[in-house]
Write a protein that binds this ligand. Structure first.
Ligand SMILES: [Zn+2]
Length: 209
């Protein structure tokens, strides 16, 4: 079994150019543990490099990636809730002050869901089952008008994840007491633009410097 050469070479560059010069920081992270500034729930999509988008240093972000950046409802009796386990750890153990749901353009997961409802394909396999989390998705006309049909579905998926996050009692409680803020963001791969759900409930451009 051989790793792809590009990965081995990349690891060598990481050790030489990033780990070695920042050795003190890594030792500190190892000894003191992690205190991330935020949890980010993003898509698995290889084009969405969360740490790069936020220019985040090691230890800064607690990142969970799954297909289409979805959050399941709070189901304490559920079986293998990897996403919920990560959320629970971030909020209750690490006490992150922010949770960011980061969607993105050209999301294959959301596109698969759109194809499913368009072609009325019955759910089969892990992805189809996972994407039933999007059943009853509410696509807002305002989102479609502002960002087009495809992005409006992606924004609706982000809105849905935010609703599901608030179905977790410990999240709702911390949000109500001001200990936790929840954010919805959407990243456009080609342009690099990032739009954020504002207090009025609309997605608007995040102020660039
Ligand atoms: Zn995606």
């Amino acid at each position: 079994m051989t790793l792809p050469k590009s990965l081995v070479e990349g690891y060598r560059r990481f050790l030489r150019d990033q780990h070695a010069p920042e050795r003190g920081r890594y030792i500190q992270l190892a000894e003191l543990g992690q205190t991330p500034a935020a949890m980010v729930i993003a898509c698995c999509d290889a084009r969405v490099d969360v740490s790069a988008i936020f220019d985040a240093e090691p230890g800064a972000l607690f990142i969970l990636r799954n297909v289409a950046n979805l959050v399941p409802p709070f189901e304490p009796e559920g079986m293998y809730h990897g996403t919920s386990a990560a959320i629970e750890f971030a909020v209750l153990a690490l006490q992150v002050p922010h949770i960011i749901v980061l969607g993105h353009s050209h999301c294959g997961g959301v596109a698969a869901y759109r194809a499913k409802i368009r072609d009325k394909v019955p759910a089969q396999g892990f992805i189809a089952r996972w994407l039933t989390l999007l059943d009853n998705l509410k696509v807002l006309e305002a989102d479609t008008f502002a960002y087009g049909d495809e992005a409006a579905f992606e924004l609706a998926a982000i809105r849905s994840s935010l609703v599901q996050l608030r179905s977790f009692p410990f999240i709702r409680k911390r949000e109500e007491t001001g200990l936790l803020s929840i954010h919805g963001l959407h990243f456009d791969i080609a342009s690099g633009s990032l739009i954020a759900l504002d207090d009025a409930g609309s997605f608007t451009a995040l102020a660039a410097a």
